[in-house]
Write a new protein. Sequence first.
Length: 219
Amino acid sequence: MTSAVERLVQVMDQLRSPGGCPWDAQQTHESLARYLLEETYETLEAMDQGDLGSLREELGDLLLQIVFHARIAQETEHEFTLEAIAQGVVDKLIRRHPHVFGDVEFESEEQLEANWAAIKAEEKPRDSVTDGVPSAMPSLQVATQLMYRARKLDVKASDGSMREQLRELVGDVDDSTIAQLLIAVVELAREKDIDSESVLRAEMTRYRAAIRSQEGVNS
């Protein structure tokens, strides 16, 4: 019996083949990029709404994008199949969880995290802790990732004075307080016709360069 996933691959093959759909046949990785991003955001919205029906549909649309990109890549590299992609994920998960699929034991979450990091570093050697933080992500996510990754380096995103002033002003913070602070920042920016996303992205570009400079890595 053909599984639904196998049938999806077959349908995509037919759409991309001679006699299929002209629109699907002319698509490229580049032309589909915006759809992948849109479907990702729609999936996140379904999660936020707690709508499992919509989530199932949006995950299906995401799966379609994965199958589409895999089919395009397969046209130039025959081994680039959905099966190969899935096998790569299986291998990675097993390799990164020796405490589940092997006989390795950890006494603390810190040891587990350190082992995870060591395995990732062996899999994909990187010159900088900033490698693997996509600049295309929303700037707030970029900032969060860069600050987390640079936490062991003596490179600060700011001098901390503004943070301490805010701490004195608002006291202890929670999710609601942080949300209100972010909203206030956006409101202040709008008053001066400043695009918050753009200015934070520019600042994180400088911060990324500062981190790489501290590491002795060329930008």
